[in-house]
Design a protein. Structure first.
Length: 190
């Protein structure tokens, strides 16, 4: 992070994996561009993370971020704490470079690929039998396939980040989820 000109704040390693993969697929070298993706380990760290980056790299560092809808309040409070605005609407957040997933990263990627596309990725990884067992559990039988897929990715340590990269690698570049596409575009123009 020594030559950072822009920082993208994300909640965790799965967001980092997806953005890094999409950037690579579109021919971007984020390191060479001076763009650091910072996995904070949770949305509540956004205010402190912004302050740390600005203290380290200066006030001209470009800032951007990606969060789940459920973490919107944390991001709004963090941006306010960092002096970037108060009572920010979604539109105001986007103008600052901060984008919100409809539900979460997995939801965005599942919608972009479709259930069949995601199942093909799971099958290619040898996890389809595990997914089918998961689907047969009483608590998940009646849930939508999308809900089952989202939860399955979080049932084993490291699976969420691994599948975020794999799904980002499989998605058609013409169907990249809007929040992911927009945050990467924002730091390209910073």
């Amino acid at each position: 992070m020594s030559n950072t000109t822009a920082a993208v704040f994300v909640e965790g390693m799965s967001d980092e994996a997806a953005l890094t993969t999409l950037a690579r697929r579109t021919g971007r070298d984020l390191d060479a561009e001076g763009v650091s993706i910072i996995a904070m380990g949770g949305a509540s760290a956004i205010g402190e993370s912004i302050e740390r980056v600005l203290d380290t790299h200066g006030p001209n560092t470009g800032l951007a971020g990606l969060c789940d809808r459920a973490e919107l309040g944390d991001y709004q409070r963090g941006l306010e704490m960092a002096g970037l605005g108060a009572s920010l609407s979604l539109e105001a957040m986007e103008s600052l470079g901060f984008f919100v997933c409809v539900e979460d990263l997995e939801d965005e990627l599942i919608r972009a690929l479709g259930v069949g596309g995601v199942e093909l990725v799971i099958e290619a990884e040898g996890d389809l039998p595990s997914f089918r067992r998961f689907q047969s559990q009483p608590a998940w039988r009646e849930r939508t396939l999308e809900s089952q897929l989202r939860r399955f990715m979080g049932t084993k340590s490291g699976r969420k980040a691994r599948y975020a990269g794999l799904l980002a690698d499989a998605v058609d570049l013409g169907r990249v989820p809007r929040p992911l596409e927009r945050v990467l575009a924002y730091v390209q123009s910073s």
